[in-house]
Design a protein around this ligand. Structure first.
Ligand SMILES: Nc1ncnc2c1ncn2[C@@H]1O[C@H](COP(=O)(O)OP(=O)(O)OP(=O)(O)O)[C@@H](O)[C@H]1O
Ligand SMILES: [Mg+2]
Length: 498
């Protein structure tokens, strides 16, 4: 009772105590309230923090709470408030972000009842003790984080201004660039993501997949793609957002993720995934409409292989990335950029591999890949799910079928094939696993490689890559890196010839 009165009457004292508590808790992970998480709970890594924020959106205070990773904490943008625009706080005990923040907190009249002398005695003595304890604790731990918390203020204030983060003259590219250079390398802060998502104006529906509808939207004069999931598919939405925000995933040949947001309109929740918009649409759409030149095919194939090689590659280090297998590679999940290269999209089925613990984080949703593109070992259930290589090898099989679709549309002296899906001549549309298993595993049929491909060097190499990638034995298939290298040598040969 005495202490609670002391703490209430002197907030600095409680701050110091909380700080001490936080120092003790730093070494373990924390449980925090999380708005964008399944079960509304998340757990931080060691030295992470719980995050609480509130900002004005359409005149209403909107709160976002979640976990912060140590690198996000280091970036410091997360823990700082800016005048009138947003209030954020980071704290370091389990579920400490469960309090409701307000932008304009009323200042409560101080509870009185103490004489000035009593107050001074009651506050100063324990305060001094606690401060001495805090200083000793801080020095003894020599904790790196503490040093960061004391980083020079003026710089902080500059970089932490929300208005700068979403200032009117910032384009999407600026925002993404800011965050990948100064932040965690994994994406925009949730608050910024939410602000962007809520100021997008939807324009037209551009496609429908198994999980919701894709729209073209406008944000500050730029086109963005918005994939809208229904609340029934929350797990798919969450998984896709989670994978896209994997640290260091950004790459020229991976779809640029911008924001995830869950909007509750009272009766249902709309789940948004905002990404860069590519007006050509999917490779499937593109090849249906256009043929490609030999050079165009090589550039396209090289960019697809580069995207998959980046996904598959593990980067070791604090700013590293886990190896990721896509598990749903097909021409509809690859988008074509204006410059004729491609990006890999639709990461909702992907699996990540932690090589330290050798753990594969199989997604908790029950979505399966597209049957037509499934590798033989998946069709006949002989795949070894305990090794991560299996998932990468299955991706490579699907990649070979995409290459086949692409190579057919390569026009050499005006000669090209019509667009077809792989096994178009073997199964009907929407084949079952059993239909596919009979063709691919039992009869060991693979797409036909036309004779005329032998007379064009690039097509001959592409044909050879396909054969090596759709091999019945997964271990005999090429790796994505090998595919990428082989195709890049085709470009070199071509360049030399010219
Ligand atoms: N970022 C984007 N830019 C432009 N068009 C897009 C973008 N994302 C998706 N699309 C278009 O929307 C369509 C639907 O995409 P979606 O991923 O929902 O379904 P799908 O890939 O066709 O099928 P599936 O559900 O089997 O993956 C795509 O085929 C593509 O034409
Ligand atoms: Mg798709």
């Amino acid at each position: 009772m005495f202490w609670s009165r002391v703490l209430m009457s002197h907030p600095r004292c409680s701050e110091v105590l909380l700080f001490l508590l936080s120092v003790v808790q730093l070494s373990a992970g924390l449980k925090c309230i999380c708005h964008l998480c399944v079960n509304h709970t998340c757990e931080t890594e060691a030295e992470g923090a719980c995050w609480n924020s509130v900002m004005l959106i359409n005149g209403k205070e909107e709160a976002v709470r979640s976990c912060l990773s140590p690198s996000e904490l280091k970036g410091q943008v997360f823990c700082h408030s800016s005048k009138n625009v947003s209030k954020r706080s980071c704290c370091f005990t389990d579920f400490c972000n469960n309090e409701t923040l307000h932008l304009h907190q009323e200042t409560r009249p101080e509870e009185s009842g103490w004489t000035q002398l009593e107050l001074a005695a009651v506050i100063l003595v324990p305060l001094c003790l606690v401060c001495v304890g805090a200083i000793v604790g801080v020095f003894a731990l020599q904790n790196l984080r503490c040093t960061q918390m004391k980083a020079p203020k003026p710089d902080l204030e500059k970089s932490l201004n929300d208005q700068a983060l979403v200032s009117p003259n910032k384009s999407l590219k600026d925002l993404i660039c800011d965050m990948s250079t100064s932040g965690s390398g994994s994406g925009l802060p949730l608050l910024v993501q939410r602000t962007i998502a809520r100021t997008i104006v939807l324009q037209e529906s551009i496609g429908k997949g198994r999980f919701g509808e894709v729209w073209r939207g406008r944000w500050r004069g730029e086109d963005v793609a918005v994939k809208i999931f229904s609340s029934r598919d929350e797990r798919s939405w969450f998984r896709e957002a989670e994978i896209y925000q994997t640290i260091m995933l950004r790459h020229d040949n991976i779809l640029g993720f911008i924001a995830a947001d869950n909007k509750d309109n009272g009766s249902w929740t709309q789940l948004w995934l905002v990404s860069e918009y590519h007006e050509h649409g999917s490779l499937f759409d593109y090849l249906n409409r256009y043929t490609v030149s030999v050079e165009g095919m090589v550039i396209m194939a090289l960019s697809i292989a580069s995207g998959i090689a980046h996904l598959h590659m593990e980067i070791i280090g604090t700013q590293g990335k886990p190896a990721i297998a896509h598990r749903d590679i097909k021409s509809k999940n690859i988008l074509v950029k204006k410059n004729g290269t491609a990006v890999i999209a639709d990461l909702g089925l992907a699996v990540k591999h932690d090589s330290n613990s050798n753990i594969i984080d199989i997604p908790i949703n029950n979505r399966v890949g597209t049957k037509r593109y499934m590798a033989p070992e998946i069709l006949d259930d002989s795949v070894n799910l305990s090794t991560f290589e299996s998932f990468k090898r299955a991706d490579i099989y699907s990649l070979s079928l995409v290459f086949w679709e692409l190579a057919r549309r390569c026009s050499v002296q005006g000669v090209y094939e019509d667009f077809q899906l792989p096994y178009y001549d073997q199964v009907q549309s929407d084949p079952s696993v059993e239909d596919m298993r009979k063709v691919v595993c039992e009869q060991k049929i693979r797409p036909d490689i036309p004779n005329q491909w032998q007379s064009c060097e690039a097509l001959r190499v592409m044909g050879k890559i396909m054969r090596e990638c759709w091999h019945a034995n997964p271990a005999a298939r090429l790796t994505a890196l090998r595919v990428k290298k082989t195709i890049s040598q085709v470009t070199v040969i071509k360049d030399v010839k010219e």
